[in-house]
Design a binder for this molecule. Structure first.
Ligand SMILES: [Zn+2]
Length: 281
């Protein structure tokens, strides 16, 4: 047997052995020998849709419209399995597919922003990951998504770039705060990174999943307090409203995505009398 053939045979044996130990399967549906099957991948290919109406903690309680949130998919059914496998089960072979979905989302959001979105610099800010999650995953996956969204926005003509402007607070950041303030910080404790100056740019937040919106709201506050307006957020997946969760689990296809091209909050901010409830109709 020639040396090349011997190596090829050995490689095949090693590959099969590795499969026996860690069989590759689609994390959405369990199809064997697929990183992500075509059916589950199709769940990431739809148009982005607005979902802030199902994110309770984004309520700003200041009379302004809720922060716009664009999602690629419902966090339910096969897609939930895909995202969980990527985030928490070491399936970083899914990164390419999810990055492509995030980039497509960026392009669509960029198109929805219209000409106004092409004049002011946009910084795409990943929702900061806790140090523990970063260690567990071996990478900051959300920062990678922000890079993809930024590329998509850029492709749509928006002068965007990714910027890790926020970080999670630590116990040391709490020194000197009273018990009440520490309690307030227990969830969504987010700070601006030293040196990050958010003035002079609009901001788009990026996260993998939005559920209550508490963390997005904390990120928004941290940027806006420092003079950096937030245009909206882009997420891979959003917790569906109760009726839709069951549909998604059963594989029912969502209606054509609504409202991917709605006026952005930047428009409503100029109209102080227009309440969040009015915008929602
Ligand atoms: Zn599948």
């Amino acid at each position: 047997m020639a040396a090349g053939q011997a190596w090829a045979a050995l490689a095949a044996v090693a590959r099969d052995a590795a499969r026996l130990v860690v069989p590759v399967e689609c994390p959405g549906c369990g199809a064997p020998d697929e990183v992500l099957c075509g059916t589950c991948a199709a769940g990431l290919a739809g148009p982005v849709f607005r979902c802030e109406h199902r994110v309770p903690r984004l309520d700003r309680m200041d009379g302004l419209a809720s922060l716009p949130v664009w999602a690629v998919a419902d966090y339910a059914g096969p897609l939930r399995g895909v995202v969980v496998a990527w985030k928490d089960r070491g399936r970083q072979d899914l990164t390419a597919a999810l990055a492509a979905a995030a980039e497509r989302a960026g392009r669509q959001v960029g198109a929805a922003l219209g000409p106004a979105g092409r004049t002011i610099p946009v910084r795409v800010v990943p929702v900061p990951t806790t140090a523990a999650a970063r260690r567990r995953r071996g990478a900051d996956l959300v920062a990678g998504l922000a890079g993809s969204v930024s590329r998509g926005l850029h492709a749509a003509g928006v002068p965007a770039r990714a910027a890790s402007a926020l970080r999670r607070g630590s116990a040391a950041d709490q020194v000197g705060l009273g018990a009440r303030a520490r309690g307030r910080n227990a969830t969504g404790f987010v700070l601006r990174r030293g040196g990050a100056d958010p003035r002079g740019a609009l901001h788009v937040l990026v996260d993998d999943v939005v559920t209550t919106g508490a963390t997005l709201a904390a990120c928004c506050r941290a940027l806006e307090r420092a003079g950096g307006p937030v245009l909206g957020a882009v997420v891979l997946a959003a917790t569906p409203p109760p009726g839709r969760a069951a549909d998604a689990a059963a594989g029912v296809v969502r209606d054509a995505a609504p409202t991917s091209v709605e006026p952005i909050r930047g428009d409503t901010r100029e109209t102080p009398g227009r309440s969040r409830h009015g915008v929602r109709g």
